[in-house]
Design a protein around this ligand. Structure first.
Ligand code: NDP
Length: 504
């Protein structure tokens, strides 16, 4: 690590054990062993200084084969034989270890993603613990069903049993690396599956630490493996591997579509959590102060790098100008700074390449006629700290890229509508269907709109609420299948129907 990065860590008193950990080359975690990187092939960059943190092993077919084999061996071995209540204890121990190491893990997320350390603690790590605790309780409740045959003579005994689906490949993105992985891991472990994870090569730190914690608390070798490397190599190998029974993918719609097709060649079970372009409807019966605060949090948290970010706002004509003014003043008050600063609310984007993609969207909003309310002017160029100011455009329309495409950065588009029917039509006009939000103090309006909006998650007078009891996932181009909630469990289980002919 260079002087710049060490100064950054010193300025924010990063604990010595974190500094030592993030500077080490990163290998893989396969079969219960943390393997050294054979050769450092991929640079891991810290987003604020944009300096090299360490090197990451670039895995390929042989590492994927080894990890899948270890995962299969674990299924056939002690893990497969373990009683549900023993699995529950282990998952709870992992939750305790994550809770114990929350400061360490939050630092890993901030240092690799660039995100706010305060959010890393209160959202990423807190959410991961909650999810592990919740799913631990499910291990003992995965019942089949005994029923009465209605068309068979002789009253046979008929019942179903639930079995783990097998080896799960978890391919996860860079915006919430720990939490997205835990969304998959917790349910998979509760159901008795084994897991091979491929983190984003931009943000591999927390997955490796989580694997080490799983080892420490006593998970058998091979239950949880991590293979590092690129999507087109490691990710592709996992999607195609005949020894993988289920693929749970979170990422972009483009990659998810292609990965999903590959997975179907070997008839894998499939969950695809993909992108979004979530609409936000503000009616004239909304409390505008509350709405504005929640809308700002819903688009600018994690600097806009959130799949269900409310990125296109439809405000009823009479409140449009007033709302825009409130949005502008709250956005301009957000604290901008490095992720390690606990006060910072807008922090660096994950990489320089991603920042230039977001800037390209901003340039296109300018050239397509959207009106800049606050934020980045057209000429904004690369900055040393990787940060983009929160940016709001007014007078947007459905034809503009800013209203059609997922930007995944701190950019909000706003427009107006006259009738609720018009608002619903416009909100539903996107190819995506991950989330939608409604702001109104009228129960009739909120209930009616929540029924008419086409999205997997509907927020009323709020944005981005998450709870392990509630399934999260989209429809249409936002994918299918759910993470979290009891609904997630069935996708990690196979149901077997058993008929017993009883002669007596
Ligand atoms: P990508 O789709 O680019 O990548 C997601 C993961 O897939 C990464 O680990 C990536 O590896 C891997 N990957 C890339 N190419 C392939 C391939 N050919 N075969 C297999 N795996 C591959 O998404 P991002 O990482 O850029 O994440 C942002 C996207 O994730 C946004 O679209 C966002 O909406 C979505 N997302 C969705 C969520 C949801 O729950 N619906 C939640 C969070 C994010 P590598 O990094 O090496 O390319």
């Amino acid at each position: 690590m260079n002087d710049q990065i060490m100064r950054y860590f010193a300025d924010f008193a990063v604990p010595a054990d974190v500094v030592a950990y993030v500077g080490r080359p990163i290998g893989h975690h396969i079969g219960g062993k943390t393997l050294e990187a054979a050769s450092e092939q991929i640079d891991v960059i810290e987003p604020y200084t944009q300096a090299r943190l360490t090197g990451l092993a670039s895995g390929g077919r042989s590492e994927v084969n080894a990890a899948v084999q270890e995962a299969r061996n674990a299924l056939a071995g002690p893990w497969g034989e373990m009683l549900p209540l023993e699995r529950q204890k282990l998952i709870l121990k992992l939750a305790e270890a994550v809770e114990r190491d929350k400061n360490f893990l939050a630092h890993l997320e901030t240092i690799s993603v660039g995100k706010s350390i305060s959010d890393a603690r209160s959202i990423d790590v807190f959410g991961s613990v909650a999810n592990l605790e919740y799913f631990a309780g499910w291990t003992s409740k995965l019942d089949g069903r005994t029923t009465t045959a209605v068309s068979l003579p002789g009253n046979p005994l008929v019942y179903t049993v639930k079995e783990p689906v097998g080896v799960v490949a978890a391919i996860v993105p860079w915006n919430y690396p720990l939490q997205t992985l835990v969304w998959k891991l917790a349910a998979a472990l509760a159901c008795g599956c084994t897991v091979v994870c491929k983190p984003s090569e931009l943000t591999p730190l927390s997955a490796m630490r989580l694997a080490a914690l799983a080892q420490e608390v006593g998970f058998p070798d091979g239950v949880f493996n991590v293979v590092n490397g690129y999507g087109h190599t490691v990710g592709q190998e996992l999607a195609a591997h005949p020894g993988v029974d289920k693929l749970s993918f979170t990422g972009s719609t483009v990659v998810g579509t292609s990965v999903g097709k590959t997975a179907l060649d070997t008839m894998k079970r499939l969950t695809l959590e993909l992108g979004g372009k979530s609409p936000v409807i503000v009616t004239e019966r909304a409390d505008l102060d509350k709405a504005a605060r929640a809308i700002i949090a819903g688009i600018f948290s994690n600097s806009g790098q959130v799949c269900d970010a409310g990125s296109r706002v439809y405000a009823q004509k009479d409140v449009y100008a007033k709302l825009l003014g409130k949005l502008r003043s709250i956005a301009e008050d957000l604290v901008i700074g490095p992720g390690l600063d606990p006060a910072a609310q807008i922090t660096p984007l994950v990489s320089a390449a991603h920042r230039s993609r977001v800037l390209d969207h901003i340039a296109s909003a300018h050239s397509e006629g959207a009106v800049l309310v606050t934020g980045e002017a057209k000429a904004e160029q690369a900055r040393a700290d990787g940060i983009l100011r929160p940016t709001i455009f007014g007078d947007c329309s459905e034809g503009m890229r800013i209203f059609r495409e997922e930007i995944f950065g701190p950019v909000l588009g706003v427009t107006s509508f006259e009738t609720l029917d018009e608002a619903v039509d416009k909100a539903n006009s996107s190819v995506y269907g991950l989330a939608a939000a409604v702001y109104s103090d009228s129960v009739e309006e909120t209930v009616s709109l929540s029924r008419r909006l086409k999205a997997g998650n509907i927020y009323i007078n709020a944005h981005g609420l998450l709870d392990p009891t509630m399934p999260f996932g989209g429809m249409r181009a936002s994918g299918f299948g759910k993470d979290m909630g009891p609904e997630q469990l069935d996708s990690y289980l196979s149901t077997k129907s058993i008929y017993v002919q009883v002669d007596a």
